[in-house]
Design a protein around this ligand. Structure first.
Ligand SMILES: [Zn+2]
Length: 449
């Protein structure tokens, strides 16, 4: 083969590889990992002509018992992104905006427009991810390397890629890894947990989960990154890391996660259908745990984004995690759960306006993590007790692990950002945000000692 035809063959090979890669990503976009009960033909939800707002000083209005959030949701069809004692972030269509504005003006509530078109945020996020993946593939072809892994942190990954990555790690380190399927979802997907341990019987344990809320894509990305930080160089990890048993669950809500990737980018709950309201789907898994279940901050309405379910542990995901952890509560020293957004490291309680007795210890460890994050990436994180910064909410996994299992180091980490992109965090920020998440895990591991 002469030089020129060799070049042509190489070019052809590159194009073919790119086409295959694009084919794969299309497959996952159209629901490649489809559950048993799902509709193939569901039309993706678009957010054209939808704005992202922040309404300030809502607690002033709450003093006068105006349920701002509920009114925005029920009367003006707003989608609540984030609610705390200071402000509410929500998306709202332009057709509803006028009425909503006059309502807010009448109550002297300041509104800031964070984004003019939510669909643009979603489109840009997707395009950036595709570009980053193609650039990486290009490099791989030139180097003719094949590491056999599609996992990377240039883009958000499908459930299938995440699960393949977990299997791959288990296969690479069979002596210290064990991969569990702790249950299945309503949609028939597996709930997977990876255990890393050199001494499962005696080690102190740390649990890490992500993806309880579907649309918080940075969370599974961060938890898989934590897994890679642990396993890429396990032998050289410090003692305080190697002498722990790590339980890692990157996606607690696989049905919701895939739904948010294929149909509705802003989906939050799982996908179990309501038995009392037709056409209403999903339970907020972080309101479904068996602690303070009837407390404020959740809803009895199956259509609500913060629906608590028909009973505590009514959901397969919650039940599986609660059963798995209850059996392993001996020596369980830390429970870390990753969410977005807000840049917070918070600890119990959430279901009541009280701090845990050892709040000073939890605050100190969280402060250390926040200081280390500033040194590494320059991003400010605030350490605080949950109810003060996020408001009161019952049924959370964090409170449950402290209140029912008695875990000492319990933290909810709200990753980036502080509202500029909200859930739709551009892929270029994944790596640094994941480093921030890893820093918290590392600091807590060290505190367990
Ligand atoms: Zn969340």
């Amino acid at each position: 083969m002469n030089h020129r035809s060799l070049l042509l063959w190489m070019l052809f090979g590159s194009l073919l590889a790119l086409a295959v890669a694009r084919g794969n990503s299309n497959a996952s976009l159209t629901g490649h990992v489809l559950g048993d009960h799902e509709d193939l033909n569901e039309i993706p939800v678009r957010y054209d002509d939808t704005e992202l707002w922040r309404i300030h000083n809502i607690s002033d209005a709450l003093l006068w018992t105006v349920p701002v959030t509920e009114i925005m949701e029920n009367k003006f069809g707003a989608n609540i992104w984030k609610e705390n004692p200071k402000y509410v972030d929500l998306s709202i269509t332009k057709t509803q905006a006028k009425g909503a504005r006059s309502f807010l003006n009448a109550h002297r509530l300041d509104t800031e427009v964070l984004a003019r078109n939510v669909q643009d945020l979603i489109d840009e996020e997707q395009l950036e991810g595709i570009r980053a993946t193609q650039a990486k593939l290009g490099r791989r072809i030139r180097k003719a390397s094949n590491d056999g892994s599609e996992m990377n942190w240039n883009d958000y990954q499908s459930l299938e890629t995440i699960y393949d990555y977990m299997r791959e790690i288990r296969a690479k380190y069979p002596d210290i890894c064990r991969l569990y399927t702790i249950g299945h979802t309503y949609g028939g997907r597996e709930l997977k947990v990876l255990r890393i341990s050199e001494n499962p019987r005696d080690n102190k344990k740390i649990w890490i989960d992500g993806g309880i809320h579907a649309r918080e894509w940075i969370s599974p990305a961060t938890v898989t990154f934590i897994l890679s930080k642990l396993m890429d160089d396990w032998e050289n990890q410090p003692k305080y890391i190697r002498e722990l048993t790590w339980y890692i669950m990157p996606v607690m809500n696989p049905d919701g996660y895939q739904y948010s990737r294929t149909v509705n980018r802003l989906w939050r709950k799982n996908r179990s259908p309501s038995t009392i309201r037709a056409n209403c789907f999903g339970v907020d898994l972080n309101r479904n745990f068996d602690i303070g279940w009837t407390s404020q901050g959740s809803s009895k309405d199956p259509c609500s984004d913060i629906y608590r379910g028909s009973a505590p542990n009514s959901e397969l995901e919650t039940k599986a995690v609660a059963e798995f952890l209850s059996k392993r509560k001996y020596n369980l020293e830390a429970y870390l759960t990753y969410h977005s957004y807000g840049q917070l490291i918070v600890y119990p309680w959430a279901f009541k306006a009280v701090k845990v007795k050892d709040a000073n210890v939890l605050q100190r460890v969280a402060n250390t993590a926040a200081e280390r994050i500033i040194q590494k990436t320059g991003t400010p994180y605030k350490a605080a007790v949950t109810h003060e910064v996020l408001g009161i909410a019952g049924g959370g996994s964090d409170d449950w692990s402290r209140g029912v299992l008695g875990v000492k180091y319990v933290y909810t980490v709200e990753l980036r950002d502080r509202g500029l992109n909200g859930f739709v965090l551009p892929p270029k920020y994944i790596k640094d945000t994941a480093i921030e998440g890893w820093t918290v895990a590392e600091t807590v591991a060290q505190a367990i000692g």
